[in-house]
Design a binder for this molecule. Structure first.
Ligand SMILES: CC(C)(COP(=O)(O)OP(=O)(O)OC[C@H]1O[C@@H](n2cnc3c(N)ncnc32)[C@H](O)[C@@H]1OP(=O)(O)O)[C@@H](O)C(=O)NCCC(=O)NCCS
Length: 159
């Protein structure tokens, strides 16, 4: 997918496996390092997105061979809501490339992957300050104040 905001492309990680290390590095630094998990635990989780199954999967944004950002589709993301699946998760854009529409393109491509796996509804959880970003992309609030981090659960239906 090309963007009018530049020449970045969003690909399934299986098509661009050379970005696997960058995906694991960013996801680990953003969400797991601080909780004491080793990098190789996340490398293993990301490697699952290279298997043949539709979910989990990961998408990467890149431009001229440079990694820009990533998002994933995973079966489960919130311990308090095991009945919901699948989830768009780990949406990340490197700080110097933000506000170009890359995050939006990653979320759209990840949701498309979830729908192609057969899901009619895809879930996402976000801190309240990130809600507006997803609502602008058509996601709707399902629940607020869930769990210890007071997350909002949003959904997107297959159109
Ligand atoms: C959240 C995140 C993924 C957004 O990525 P991004 O590439 O900056 O996203 P976009 O460019 O699509 O949109 C971000 C904002 O830039 C605006 N924008 C998009 N293109 C723009 C442009 N060309 N010029 C100016 N602003 C633009 C969007 O309207 C949006 O505004 P909002 O913040 O008021 O909603 C990124 O900030 C990030 O990685 N944050 C850290 C990790 C994180 O919090 N992830 C989400 C967990 S729920």
């Amino acid at each position: 997918m090309s963007s009018p905001e530049g020449s970045f492309v969003v690909s399934d990680l299986r098509e661009r496996p050379e970005f696997t290390e960058a995906v694991a590095d960013r996801v680990w630094r953003a969400w797991w390092q601080g909780k004491g998990y080793p990098l190789d635990y996340i490398e293993g989780r990301v490697a699952e997105s290279l298997d043949g199954a539709a979910v989990p999967c990961a998408v990467v944004a890149h431009e001229d061979g440079l990694f820009l950002g990533t998002a994933s589709v995973i079966p489960s993301d919130l311990d308090e809501r095991p009945e919901y699946s699948p989830w768009v998760a780990a949406v990340w854009v490197d700080p110097e490339h933000r506000r170009r529409g890359i995050g939006a393109a990653l979320v759209r491509k990840a949701a498309q992957g979830a729908f192609e796996s057969g899901a009619d509804l895809v879930y996402l959880c976000a801190l309240p300050e990130k809600r507006a970003f997803y609502e602008r992309l058509g996601w709707q609030r399902l629940e607020e104040n869930v769990g210890r981090n007071a997350l909002t659960v949003l959904t997107l239906a297959r159109s």
